[in-house]
Design a protein around this ligand. Structure first.
Ligand SMILES: *Cc1c(COP(=O)(O)O)cnc(C)c1O
Length: 369
Protein backbone atom coordinates (compact mmCIF):
# COMPACT_ATOMS: atom_id res chain seq x y z
CA UNK A 1 0.00 0.00 0.00
CA UNK A 2 1.40 3.38 -1.01
CA UNK A 3 1.98 6.05 1.63
CA UNK A 4 -0.53 8.87 1.71
CA UNK A 5 0.88 11.91 -0.07
CA UNK A 6 2.50 14.43 2.26
CA UNK A 7 1.72 18.14 2.16
CA UNK A 8 4.49 19.74 0.15
CA UNK A 9 4.32 23.06 2.03
CA UNK A 10 4.41 23.84 5.75
CA UNK A 11 3.89 21.22 8.47
CA UNK A 12 0.29 20.13 8.99
CA UNK A 13 -2.24 22.74 9.98
CA UNK A 14 -5.49 22.47 11.79
CA UNK A 15 -8.36 24.66 10.66
CA UNK A 16 -7.01 27.71 12.44
CA UNK A 17 -4.04 30.06 12.46
CA UNK A 18 -0.89 29.55 14.44
CA UNK A 19 1.54 32.09 15.79
CA UNK A 20 5.16 31.23 15.13
CA UNK A 21 7.64 32.93 17.47
CA UNK A 22 11.33 32.74 16.65
CA UNK A 23 13.49 32.71 19.77
CA UNK A 24 16.71 32.82 17.76
CA UNK A 25 15.53 36.09 16.20
CA UNK A 26 14.71 37.39 19.69
CA UNK A 27 18.25 36.47 20.77
CA UNK A 28 19.76 38.22 17.76
CA UNK A 29 17.74 41.34 18.53
CA UNK A 30 18.90 41.24 22.14
CA UNK A 31 22.53 41.06 20.99
CA UNK A 32 21.93 43.87 18.49
CA UNK A 33 20.58 46.08 21.28
CA UNK A 34 23.50 45.10 23.45
CA UNK A 35 25.96 46.20 20.79
CA UNK A 36 24.07 49.45 20.27
CA UNK A 37 24.13 50.14 24.01
CA UNK A 38 27.70 48.95 24.55
CA UNK A 39 29.00 50.27 27.85
CA UNK A 40 25.60 50.04 29.52
CA UNK A 41 23.76 46.99 30.76
CA UNK A 42 20.94 45.84 28.43
CA UNK A 43 17.79 44.75 30.23
CA UNK A 44 14.49 43.68 28.70
CA UNK A 45 10.96 45.04 28.94
CA UNK A 46 8.86 41.94 29.11
CA UNK A 47 5.60 43.42 30.40
CA UNK A 48 2.17 42.41 29.04
CA UNK A 49 3.43 38.83 28.67
CA UNK A 50 6.39 39.93 26.54
CA UNK A 51 4.18 42.12 24.34
CA UNK A 52 1.80 39.22 23.87
CA UNK A 53 4.43 36.73 22.72
CA UNK A 54 4.77 34.72 25.95
CA UNK A 55 7.09 35.90 28.71
CA UNK A 56 7.57 32.44 30.20
CA UNK A 57 8.74 31.07 26.83
CA UNK A 58 11.05 34.00 26.05
CA UNK A 59 12.58 35.12 29.35
CA UNK A 60 14.72 31.99 29.89
CA UNK A 61 16.31 32.54 26.46
CA UNK A 62 17.00 36.20 27.28
CA UNK A 63 18.60 35.07 30.53
CA UNK A 64 20.81 32.66 28.57
CA UNK A 65 21.76 35.53 26.26
CA UNK A 66 23.05 37.43 29.30
CA UNK A 67 20.04 39.58 30.23
CA UNK A 68 19.92 40.20 33.99
CA UNK A 69 17.31 42.96 34.37
CA UNK A 70 13.66 42.49 33.43
CA UNK A 71 10.86 45.06 33.52
CA UNK A 72 7.21 44.13 34.00
CA UNK A 73 4.13 46.25 34.67
CA UNK A 74 2.55 44.56 37.68
CA UNK A 75 3.70 42.41 40.62
CA UNK A 76 1.57 39.55 39.27
CA UNK A 77 3.55 39.66 36.03
CA UNK A 78 6.70 39.74 38.14
CA UNK A 79 5.69 36.65 40.10
CA UNK A 80 4.92 34.74 36.88
CA UNK A 81 8.26 35.82 35.45
CA UNK A 82 10.20 34.69 38.53
CA UNK A 83 8.53 31.27 38.18
CA UNK A 84 9.44 31.19 34.47
CA UNK A 85 13.05 31.90 35.43
CA UNK A 86 12.69 28.98 37.84
CA UNK A 87 13.36 31.25 40.76
CA UNK A 88 16.84 31.92 39.42
CA UNK A 89 18.93 34.99 38.84
CA UNK A 90 17.88 38.24 37.23
CA UNK A 91 16.44 41.42 38.70
CA UNK A 92 12.74 41.94 38.07
CA UNK A 93 11.47 45.53 38.28
CA UNK A 94 7.75 46.31 38.57
CA UNK A 95 7.05 49.53 36.69
CA UNK A 96 3.51 50.37 37.69
CA UNK A 97 4.28 51.47 41.23
CA UNK A 98 4.14 50.03 44.73
CA UNK A 99 1.13 49.12 46.85
CA UNK A 100 1.88 47.69 50.32
CA UNK A 101 -1.07 45.30 49.83
CA UNK A 102 1.11 43.41 47.32
CA UNK A 103 4.17 43.32 49.61
CA UNK A 104 4.21 39.51 49.87
CA UNK A 105 4.60 39.14 46.11
CA UNK A 106 7.65 41.43 46.18
CA UNK A 107 9.26 39.52 49.03
CA UNK A 108 8.38 35.98 47.89
CA UNK A 109 9.47 36.54 44.28
CA UNK A 110 12.29 39.04 44.92
CA UNK A 111 10.69 41.80 42.87
CA UNK A 112 12.17 45.28 42.73
CA UNK A 113 9.68 48.05 43.52
CA UNK A 114 9.69 51.05 41.19
CA UNK A 115 8.36 53.94 43.32
CA UNK A 116 6.48 56.48 41.21
CA UNK A 117 5.31 59.00 43.81
CA UNK A 118 5.99 60.17 47.36
CA UNK A 119 3.05 58.21 48.81
CA UNK A 120 4.49 54.98 47.35
CA UNK A 121 7.88 55.77 48.85
CA UNK A 122 6.24 56.33 52.25
CA UNK A 123 4.34 53.05 52.01
CA UNK A 124 7.48 51.20 50.98
CA UNK A 125 9.72 52.81 53.63
CA UNK A 126 7.28 51.86 56.39
CA UNK A 127 8.03 48.20 55.67
CA UNK A 128 10.68 47.76 52.97
CA UNK A 129 10.23 44.80 50.65
CA UNK A 130 13.68 44.46 49.09
CA UNK A 131 15.29 46.60 46.39
CA UNK A 132 13.66 49.79 45.14
CA UNK A 133 13.96 52.26 42.29
CA UNK A 134 12.83 55.87 41.96
CA UNK A 135 11.07 56.90 38.79
CA UNK A 136 11.41 60.64 38.14
CA UNK A 137 9.00 62.34 35.80
CA UNK A 138 11.07 64.43 33.39
CA UNK A 139 8.26 65.70 31.20
CA UNK A 140 6.05 62.86 30.09
CA UNK A 141 3.53 63.44 32.90
CA UNK A 142 2.47 59.83 33.03
CA UNK A 143 4.24 58.10 35.93
CA UNK A 144 7.01 59.27 38.23
CA UNK A 145 7.87 61.73 41.00
CA UNK A 146 6.73 65.23 40.11
CA UNK A 147 9.12 68.21 40.25
CA UNK A 148 7.71 69.21 43.62
CA UNK A 149 8.10 65.72 45.04
CA UNK A 150 11.67 65.48 43.73
CA UNK A 151 12.61 68.82 45.33
CA UNK A 152 11.12 67.65 48.63
CA UNK A 153 13.15 64.47 48.39
CA UNK A 154 16.35 66.35 47.63
CA UNK A 155 15.68 68.64 50.61
CA UNK A 156 15.08 65.65 52.90
CA UNK A 157 16.97 62.61 51.60
CA UNK A 158 16.61 61.05 55.05
CA UNK A 159 13.39 59.50 53.75
CA UNK A 160 15.61 57.18 51.72
CA UNK A 161 17.84 56.19 54.64
CA UNK A 162 18.03 52.46 55.11
CA UNK A 163 16.40 51.68 51.77
CA UNK A 164 18.14 49.52 49.19
CA UNK A 165 17.92 52.16 46.43
CA UNK A 166 19.40 50.53 43.33
CA UNK A 167 18.06 52.49 40.43
CA UNK A 168 16.93 55.98 39.46
CA UNK A 169 14.98 56.00 36.21
CA UNK A 170 12.86 58.09 33.89
CA UNK A 171 11.11 57.49 30.57
CA UNK A 172 11.31 59.29 27.22
CA UNK A 173 8.11 60.57 25.60
CA UNK A 174 9.36 61.01 22.02
CA UNK A 175 12.33 58.67 21.60
CA UNK A 176 11.10 57.30 18.27
CA UNK A 177 11.66 60.77 16.77
CA UNK A 178 15.39 61.48 16.93
CA UNK A 179 14.83 65.12 15.96
CA UNK A 180 12.37 65.84 18.75
CA UNK A 181 13.65 68.48 21.20
CA UNK A 182 12.06 66.68 24.15
CA UNK A 183 14.70 63.96 23.99
CA UNK A 184 17.63 66.17 24.97
CA UNK A 185 15.46 68.18 27.36
CA UNK A 186 14.41 65.05 29.24
CA UNK A 187 17.93 63.64 29.24
CA UNK A 188 19.40 66.86 30.64
CA UNK A 189 16.72 67.16 33.27
CA UNK A 190 17.27 63.53 34.27
CA UNK A 191 21.04 64.04 34.57
CA UNK A 192 20.64 67.20 36.64
CA UNK A 193 18.11 65.68 39.04
CA UNK A 194 19.98 62.42 39.48
CA UNK A 195 23.12 64.35 40.45
CA UNK A 196 21.26 65.82 43.41
CA UNK A 197 19.89 62.48 44.65
CA UNK A 198 21.75 59.71 46.47
CA UNK A 199 23.93 57.71 44.08
CA UNK A 200 22.25 54.82 42.27
CA UNK A 201 22.44 53.29 38.82
CA UNK A 202 20.62 55.33 36.19
CA UNK A 203 18.21 54.15 33.48
CA UNK A 204 16.43 56.28 30.88
CA UNK A 205 16.08 54.49 27.58
CA UNK A 206 13.61 52.20 25.88
CA UNK A 207 14.33 50.92 22.35
CA UNK A 208 14.03 54.39 20.83
CA UNK A 209 16.39 55.81 23.46
CA UNK A 210 18.96 53.10 22.69
CA UNK A 211 18.90 54.26 19.06
CA UNK A 212 19.46 57.89 20.10
CA UNK A 213 23.05 57.09 21.04
CA UNK A 214 25.43 56.82 23.95
CA UNK A 215 24.29 60.06 25.63
CA UNK A 216 21.03 58.33 26.37
CA UNK A 217 22.28 54.98 27.64
CA UNK A 218 23.39 55.75 31.21
CA UNK A 219 23.91 52.51 33.22
CA UNK A 220 21.00 50.36 32.14
CA UNK A 221 18.71 50.37 29.09
CA UNK A 222 15.33 48.62 29.04
CA UNK A 223 14.22 48.02 25.45
CA UNK A 224 11.05 46.14 24.61
CA UNK A 225 9.78 46.51 21.05
CA UNK A 226 13.20 46.08 19.42
CA UNK A 227 13.53 42.67 21.02
CA UNK A 228 10.25 41.68 19.41
CA UNK A 229 11.35 42.82 15.96
CA UNK A 230 10.00 46.34 15.49
CA UNK A 231 10.51 49.98 16.31
CA UNK A 232 8.07 52.66 17.46
CA UNK A 233 8.56 54.55 14.21
CA UNK A 234 6.72 52.46 11.61
CA UNK A 235 8.24 54.50 8.77
CA UNK A 236 11.91 54.19 9.69
CA UNK A 237 14.16 51.26 8.93
CA UNK A 238 15.58 49.45 11.96
CA UNK A 239 18.10 46.70 12.61
CA UNK A 240 15.74 44.18 14.24
CA UNK A 241 14.84 40.76 12.85
CA UNK A 242 11.19 39.67 12.61
CA UNK A 243 10.25 37.50 15.58
CA UNK A 244 6.60 36.72 14.98
CA UNK A 245 4.47 35.57 12.09
CA UNK A 246 0.82 34.59 11.99
CA UNK A 247 0.35 31.65 9.66
CA UNK A 248 -3.20 31.03 8.50
CA UNK A 249 -4.10 27.98 6.44
CA UNK A 250 -6.05 28.55 3.26
CA UNK A 251 -9.35 26.74 3.57
CA UNK A 252 -10.87 27.31 0.11
CA UNK A 253 -9.91 28.74 -3.24
CA UNK A 254 -12.55 30.03 -5.66
CA UNK A 255 -12.78 31.84 -8.98
CA UNK A 256 -14.56 35.20 -8.98
CA UNK A 257 -16.03 36.78 -12.08
CA UNK A 258 -16.63 40.48 -12.67
CA UNK A 259 -19.52 41.63 -10.49
CA UNK A 260 -19.07 39.02 -7.72
CA UNK A 261 -18.84 40.52 -4.23
CA UNK A 262 -16.89 39.25 -1.24
CA UNK A 263 -17.64 38.94 2.45
CA UNK A 264 -19.81 40.81 4.96
CA UNK A 265 -21.43 43.94 3.65
CA UNK A 266 -20.39 42.91 0.13
CA UNK A 267 -17.83 45.72 0.49
CA UNK A 268 -15.63 44.43 -2.34
CA UNK A 269 -16.86 43.75 -5.85
CA UNK A 270 -14.60 42.16 -8.43
CA UNK A 271 -14.09 44.29 -11.56
CA UNK A 272 -12.61 41.37 -13.47
CA UNK A 273 -12.05 37.66 -13.14
CA UNK A 274 -9.95 36.90 -10.05
CA UNK A 275 -8.90 34.04 -7.82
CA UNK A 276 -9.84 34.40 -4.16
CA UNK A 277 -8.55 32.31 -1.26
CA UNK A 278 -10.21 32.18 2.15
CA UNK A 279 -7.68 31.95 4.99
CA UNK A 280 -8.34 31.03 8.61
CA UNK A 281 -7.40 34.22 10.44
CA UNK A 282 -9.57 37.08 11.60
CA UNK A 283 -10.03 39.62 14.33
CA UNK A 284 -10.70 36.72 16.71
CA UNK A 285 -6.98 36.00 16.31
CA UNK A 286 -5.95 39.63 16.61
CA UNK A 287 -5.84 40.49 12.91
CA UNK A 288 -7.33 44.00 13.08
CA UNK A 289 -10.64 44.59 11.35
CA UNK A 290 -9.13 47.91 10.30
CA UNK A 291 -7.16 45.91 7.70
CA UNK A 292 -10.39 45.32 5.78
CA UNK A 293 -9.74 46.19 2.14
CA UNK A 294 -6.21 47.39 3.05
CA UNK A 295 -3.99 44.69 4.49
CA UNK A 296 -2.26 41.78 2.85
CA UNK A 297 -0.71 38.40 3.52
CA UNK A 298 2.27 36.74 1.91
CA UNK A 299 1.84 33.52 0.07
CA UNK A 300 5.31 32.42 -0.80
CA UNK A 301 6.92 35.65 -2.02
CA UNK A 302 3.74 37.21 -3.34
CA UNK A 303 1.61 39.79 -1.58
CA UNK A 304 -2.02 38.73 -1.50
CA UNK A 305 -4.26 41.75 -0.76
CA UNK A 306 -7.22 41.43 1.61
CA UNK A 307 -10.54 41.55 -0.26
CA UNK A 308 -13.46 43.04 1.64
CA UNK A 309 -13.87 42.80 5.40
CA UNK A 310 -11.77 40.94 7.89
CA UNK A 311 -14.25 38.81 9.83
CA UNK A 312 -13.85 37.04 13.17
CA UNK A 313 -12.37 33.79 11.93
CA UNK A 314 -11.69 34.36 8.25
CA UNK A 315 -10.24 36.69 5.69
CA UNK A 316 -10.43 36.52 1.89
CA UNK A 317 -7.27 37.15 -0.13
CA UNK A 318 -6.68 38.02 -3.76
CA UNK A 319 -4.33 35.32 -4.97
CA UNK A 320 -4.68 36.12 -8.69
CA UNK A 321 -1.03 37.20 -8.88
CA UNK A 322 0.41 34.25 -6.99
CA UNK A 323 2.65 32.31 -9.31
CA UNK A 324 2.32 28.96 -7.67
CA UNK A 325 -1.03 27.25 -7.64
CA UNK A 326 -2.57 28.30 -4.34
CA UNK A 327 -4.28 25.36 -2.70
CA UNK A 328 -6.19 24.62 0.46
CA UNK A 329 -3.70 23.92 3.24
CA UNK A 330 -1.05 26.37 2.06
CA UNK A 331 -0.12 29.01 4.64
CA UNK A 332 -0.94 32.68 4.25
CA UNK A 333 1.54 34.62 6.37
CA UNK A 334 0.69 37.84 8.20
CA UNK A 335 3.03 40.11 10.22
CA UNK A 336 6.58 38.75 9.95
CA UNK A 337 8.74 41.21 8.00
CA UNK A 338 5.54 43.17 7.26
CA UNK A 339 4.75 43.96 10.90
CA UNK A 340 5.44 47.71 10.66
CA UNK A 341 3.62 48.13 7.35
CA UNK A 342 0.67 46.14 8.65
CA UNK A 343 0.50 48.31 11.76
CA UNK A 344 0.56 51.41 9.59
CA UNK A 345 -2.24 50.12 7.36
CA UNK A 346 -4.31 49.38 10.46
CA UNK A 347 -3.57 52.88 11.77
CA UNK A 348 -1.84 51.51 14.84
CA UNK A 349 1.61 50.50 16.14
CA UNK A 350 3.45 47.19 16.26
CA UNK A 351 3.01 47.34 20.07
CA UNK A 352 -0.77 47.23 19.79
CA UNK A 353 -0.75 44.63 17.02
CA UNK A 354 1.43 42.28 19.07
CA UNK A 355 -0.38 42.72 22.38
CA UNK A 356 -3.70 42.40 20.52
CA UNK A 357 -2.94 38.87 19.31
CA UNK A 358 -5.42 36.63 21.07
CA UNK A 359 -5.03 33.28 22.76
CA UNK A 360 -6.69 31.42 19.88
CA UNK A 361 -3.76 30.92 17.53
CA UNK A 362 -1.62 28.04 18.75
CA UNK A 363 1.81 29.32 19.74
CA UNK A 364 4.73 27.57 18.10
CA UNK A 365 8.18 28.48 19.42
CA UNK A 366 11.14 28.07 17.11
CA UNK A 367 14.76 28.18 18.20
CA UNK A 368 16.49 27.13 21.39
CA UNK A 369 14.60 27.76 24.65
C1 LIG B 1 7.35 49.76 27.85
C2 LIG B 1 8.46 50.49 28.49
C3 LIG B 1 9.76 50.35 28.01
C4 LIG B 1 10.09 49.63 26.72
O1 LIG B 1 9.70 50.45 25.64
P1 LIG B 1 9.96 50.04 24.11
O2 LIG B 1 9.52 51.23 23.35
O3 LIG B 1 9.07 48.85 23.86
O4 LIG B 1 11.37 49.71 23.95
C5 LIG B 1 10.78 50.93 28.75
N1 LIG B 1 10.51 51.65 29.87
C6 LIG B 1 9.26 51.84 30.34
C7 LIG B 1 9.03 52.64 31.57
C8 LIG B 1 8.18 51.28 29.66
O5 LIG B 1 6.95 51.48 30.09
Amino acid sequence: MADAPRAATAPPFGRGARLVIDRDALARNYQTLRRLAAGAETGASIKADAYGLGASALAPRLLREGCRSFFVATPEEGADLRRALRGGEGDIWVLNGYDPAARRLYVDHRLGAVLNQASELAGFAASPAGACALHLDTGMNRLGFSSGEIEALIADPGVLAGLDLRLVMSHLACSEDAAHPMNAAQRDRFTALAARLPAARLSLSNTGGVMLGADYHFDLVRPGIGLYGASADTHASHPFAPVVRLEAPILQVRALKAGDSVGYGASFTAQRAMIAATAAAGYGDGLPRALSGKGFARIGDTRAPILGRVSMDLVVLDVSDCEADVRAGAPAVFLGADLAETARLADTLPYELLTGLTQRPARVYEGAP
